[in-house]
Each structure stands twice: as C-alpha cells, then as structure tokens.
Design a protein around this ligand. Structure first.
Ligand code: GP9
Ligand code: MN
Length: 638
C-alpha cells in the first residue's frame, strides 16, 4: 500500500498534466474538429503533436522554484490552453475554420458570431474541461513534488527533450508537406501538422511582421510609383474590343496546372487537348500563345491575386495569407459599381490559401466551396470532386446568380500528382522516367473534356450566349525537376534556362460568342495583364487605377513580362539565370550580364529591362508591404 502510494508520487505532476491535457487535445483534434486525414504520416503527426506541445508547455514548470507559483502555472496553463482549444472549437462549429489573429480583432466576425454563439455551445462541452479539473486537483494533492526544486541538470534535460520533440514534430511536418512554413497552404494543414498552439504562434509572427511593415508606410511612396506607371503603362487608347463585354456575364475558368506546351500537341499519336485546340482556331476566340504565369509559392492563390489586382504576388509565402487584411481595389469590388455580382466556385476546403478571408477582402459576393457540392466517393479524383461533376453541380447555382455576374471556376482534377483511374482515361500516359509527366497528359485531357462538357452545359442552360468565357492556366504543372523527361517529350537533349522560361507559358483564351474575328495572338502577355484587359472589355474607366499590366488589345504595351523571380521576357529577349537569350531562337547572347557573345551586341541587351523589372517588382512589393492602396483615391467608382 505504502509502496503503491510512493510509486504514484514518482510521476511528477507536470508529466501527469502532459498526459491528461495531451490526451484531451488529441481526442478533440481527432474526433471533435473534423480534420480530414490523408495518410498515415498525418495520423501519426496528429497523434504525437498534442503531447509534444503539452510537454513543452508544462515542462517549463520545472524552472519555477516557488511551489505555489509552480502550482498556479500548471493549473492556469491547463485552463487557458483548454480555453484556446475550446474557443477555436466554437469558432469552428460556425465557420469550419480555425481562428486567426486578425479575426480575433475583427468586430464584424464577432458580431456574426455574437447572436449564435450560444447555439454553438453544447452542454457536453464541459467534458472538454475534465482534464483541467483533474490537473487542478492533482496540483493540490501532490504537493510533495512541488516542494523539491529541480536540479539544474534535470531542468536542462526537460527543456532539451521538449525542444527535441518539437524539432522532430516540425521535421515530420516538413516531410509531410514541404515548405509548410514558408507557404502555409491551409490553416487545417498547419493545425494538423504542428498543432493549434504552434499554429497560433506562427500566425502571430506572420501577422506582426505584416503589421510592422504597414506601420512604417505613410503613403509618401505612392507618387513615385504612380509616376512610374504613368510613364510606362498606357491604358487610355480604347481598342476595338473596349466595351464588348458590357452587361455580359463573365465566366472565368481557372485551369489547374495547365501549361501551353500541351496545346496543339500530342502524346503517343493522340491529341492532348482536342477541345482547347479547336478553341485556338475558333473564330469567336482569342488565344494568347505567349502568355506567362507569374506566380510563386502561393501557386493558384498567386494567380488569383495577380488577376484580381494586377499586382505581383510576393517572392516568398502566399500573399493571400500574409496580407489578407490589406486594402485592395480588386475586380469583384470594382464591378459592383456597374452592378455585377461576383462568385467563386471551387470544390475544396474554403480555408485553403486563406480564401475564405481573402475573398471577402477582394469583394466577392459568394464563395461556393466544397460544402456547396455533393462529393460522392464515385465522383472523387485526386484532390476531391472531379471537374465534370464540379461544373455540372455549379450550373444550378450559376443560373440562380443575379445577372450580370462575374463567376470564377477553379478546377482541381489536373493537380499534382495527376491521379486518374484507368477507366477514366481517354488517352494513355506518356512513357518516360517521370511518372508525374507521364500521368499529366491523361489528366489534362480529362480537364479538356470537362471544359467542353461545361460549354455544352452552359448552352443547354441558356447561359452561353450572354456570356464571355475566359480560360487561363494558373501556373506550371511540371516543375523543373522533370526536365529530363520533358526534354525527351520535346525532343531536346537538354533544356536550357531559356527553355525553362518558355515552359512557363500557360494558355489564355477569351471566348466571345458571336464575335467572329478571334485570332491567335503572338504578343507576349501575362497574368498581370488580365485585369486591365478585362476591365476595358467591361468598359470600366481605369484612369485613376494603379496597375502593372497592359490592356492586351491596346496597341501600346509596356514591353516585358516579369516573372516573380526577376527573370523576364520581352518581345526580343528572354532573361533567365543571369543570361540573356534571343526570344525567337533561344540563342544565348550574354551570360552573367557581362560577356556579350555577339559582335553586334556591344552591351548586354537585357541590361536596361533588367533594372526596370527589378524596379517594378519592388514597387509592387512596396504597395503590398505598406498597404499603400489605403492612401490612394481610386476615383468615382469606389
Ligand atoms: C487548392 C487548389 C490547388 O484549393 O487551388 O492549389 P495549388 O496547389 O495549385 O496552389
Ligand atoms: Mn493550382
């Protein structure tokens, strides 16, 4: 009896607290929040994380000498920790999302929640505090463990173990989701990989960095940027197309990972994209064959940002995450003035890329996320609902939208790792050592067919005639890691930096039913140009606006397309990996910005543009970091 008692006392209270609080946290993550698990590694991380975090938190108590302070620390850590999890749960019940620091300070959200908060609290929720009660009581009973202060060695040991466990957790998280910390992706991913507490700390760091940069800006930076724009970007000459979309619905299809190299191309004798190929030749369609994506780590969300604002995304992280509190004057907000309704359709988790918050900021009226769709097992491919079913299920919603509308459809099936069951394939994969490239072709074809079906469905629903349909590839699907296989496909021994840049072309189509004078446009173009082009099609006056893009239908162009890493393309040159190439031939002109290879190029022909590109990217960054649009008057349409 005595021995038993002694044994029970050998387990220090903080360790008991770790076990109790850790178990509670795990049970809540796994069974109360509906966090979706994709694989065993995620399951494992989710299992260890609550204990790792709890060990770090409660383990700190060994440093406190005073017994009553130590007792209070353990008790209040358990209590406050539980309230943090519980607060998230209440929020989650209403928004299926985790709290962010900005939201915590946003009254509008609190009001949304205010009235219904009681309905989100359940009687059985008291069970989530059982561990707190137990820890509280343990603290008073096992007083003896509080009396003996720990030796320095023991303290260091506890701290080292916590930090090692934490590093292991982060390492596994990074393995499960490379670049998790720089790119963030999705709050649900962050929480399941690093836990709620670490997620809140991460969010705090990101948001404070953003806030500090913002505080130091006062709007004095704007005149210089505006002067630059006035000098280089001329948007005041109407084109033949100006106003053609006035009053029409805009249907904008974001084609996941679609690159231009598949257009009018085949694989093993089979056309890859028969429908899109037909569109390139269609008389109602403009096809931009030298259109570049300009995205970075924020991938799809970066392309959305580029199009909505005609600003560049950031060189690291996803601006959708880091600057979702900024003032923008994005397309959806702008077109409200001409009575357009805006909506996004995307059958994924709404917090992916922080879309739910960013869309509100950009002024979207509706967001049909995965909850708006029935996602049966049979209709799932890869990341979720297949494109066919996605489009089909969207039609009734689209039909109900108030007209005219601006509706964006983000597809999902053609996403890495390009999974598609054999029976769903219309063409065979390619044969190379890269299964990624091999499988890309059948999923691209799948998407091509889904888009064709969507066109037909729009026609049957009577939505086609009165609409203008845009299709754009969001970013590359095949990364530079697959260059060897890509070289084999393109019949090239090696791919140079020039080839790499040319592979950053993504298709862009503007389809205007009944127009009759469409063509293939050879001019260089990029995602930065979509906004001014589209606004002019809608006949919106853009003189007071701030853009870095051109109207693709106007004669005068800025003359280059900047990629986010500083590489660029002009009508004559391609600049990549510190080298200047002739755009039409790929001939290497200068290397490392210094050595001209040809006699007639006395100086590096890319040098001037190089400086301008740097300058422009820097201006765009300044606007985002300083939240400078809050100081700009966007004129009458605001
Ligand atoms: C996720 C989808 C894909 O919702 O947009 O994102 P990506 O990985 O392509 O950026
Ligand atoms: Mn994408």
């Amino acid at each position: 009896m005595h021995l038993h008692k002694y044994k029970a006392h050998t387990l220090p209270v903080y360790v008991m607290a770790v076990l109790l609080f850790g178990t509670k946290t795990y049970v809540m993550y796994r069974f109360v929040f509906s966090i979706h698990m994709d694989n065993v590694l995620q399951e494992f991380i989710l299992f260890i994380n609550p204990f790792v975090s709890a060990f770090l938190l409660f383990g700190l108590s060994v440093w406190i000498k005073n017994p009553s302070k130590k007792q209070a620390y353990i008790r209040y850590t358990a209590l406050i920790g539980s309230f943090i999890i519980y607060g998230n749960l209440v929020f989650y019940r209403s928004f299926t999302d985790f709290l962010t620091i900005p939201q915590l300070f946003q009254m509008s959200n609190a009001n949304d929640l205010g009235g219904s908060v009681l309905s989100l609290v359940k009687v059985y929720d008291v069970l989530f505090f059982i561990d707190v009660v137990l820890i509280w009581r343990l603290c008073s009973r096992q007083v003896s463990t509080f009396l003996t202060p720990y030796q320095r060695g023991r303290k260091m040991f506890v701290l080292s173990v916590s930090l090692m466990l934490l590093s292991l957790n982060f390492l596994l998280a990074e393995m499960e989701r490379p670049q998790l910390f720089t790119r963030a992706f999705d709050r649900a991913y962050l929480v399941k990989n690093i836990g709620l507490f670490n997620y809140h700390i991460y969010d705090l760091v990101v948001q404070s960095k953003t806030k500090t940069q913002r505080v130091f800006a006062d709007g004095n930076e704007l005149p210089e940027i505006k002067t630059y724009m006035d000098q280089h970007i001329h948007l005041d000459q109407p084109s033949e197309l100006t106003g053609i979309a006035k009053g029409k619905n805009i249907i904008f299809i974001w084609a996941e990972s679609l690159q231009s190299f598949v257009i009018n191309n085949d694989v093993k004798g089979q056309e890859v994209t028969p429908f899109l190929n037909e569109l390139t030749r269609d008389e109602d369609t403009f096809y931009f064959e030298n259109f570049y994506h300009q995205t970075e780590q924020g991938k799809t969300s970066d392309s959305e940002f580029l199009v909505a604002n005609s600003l560049y995304p950031l060189s690291s992280g996803a601006v959708f995450f880091t600057h979702a509190q900024n003032d923008f004057y994005a397309i959806p907000e702008q077109i409200k003035d001409i009575d357009y309704t805006s909506a996004v359709f995307h059958a994924n988790n709404k917090s992916f890329w922080n879309r739910d918050q960013m869309y509100e900021r950009l002024g979207y009226d509706h967001f049909y996320d995965q909850e708006a769709f029935a996602i049966n097992e049979a209709d799932k491919i890869g990341w979720g609902l297949n494109d066919e079913s996605f489009f089909k299920q969207s039609i009734p919603y689209l039909d109900e939208l108030e007209k005219p509308f601006y509706a964006k459809f983000i597809t999902l099936t053609n996403h890495f790792p390009f999974e598609l069951d054999e029976e769903d394939r219309s063409i065979e994969p390619y044969d190379s050592k890269s299964s990624t490239l091999n499988n890309y072709f059948p999923t691209v074809r799948y998407m091509d067919e889904a888009i064709e079906t969507f066109f037909n469905e729009l026609q049957s629903a009577g939505l086609y005639e009165d609409s203008i349909i845009l299709i754009m590839g969001d970013h590359y699907g095949i990364s530079a890691n697959h260059h060897k296989a890509m070289g084999q496909y393109l019949n090239q021994e090696t791919l140079t930096p020039y080839d790499h840049i040319q592979l950053q072309r993504v298709p862009f189509f503007i389809h205007i039913p009944g127009y009759g004078k469409g063509e293939i446009v050879e001019d260089i173009a990029g995602q930065i140009d979509v906004k001014p082009t589209l606004l002019h099609l809608l006949d919106i006056n853009t003189t007071d606006d701030m853009y870095f893009g051109n109207d693709l239908f106007q004669k005068e162009h800025k003359g280059f397309i900047a990629l986010r890493n500083g590489d660029f393309v002009s009508e004559d040159y391609v600049y990549a990996s510190q080298s200047c190439y002739k755009r039409q031939t790929g001939e290497l002109l200068t290397k490392d910005g210094t050595t001209p290879f040809t006699e007639d190029e006395a100086v590096d022909p890319c040098a001037d543009l190089y400086d301008q590109v740097k300058r422009e990217l820097n201006y765009s960054d300044q606007i985002i970091y300083g939240d400078l649009f809050r100081f700009h008057d966007f004129g009458t349409q605001r």
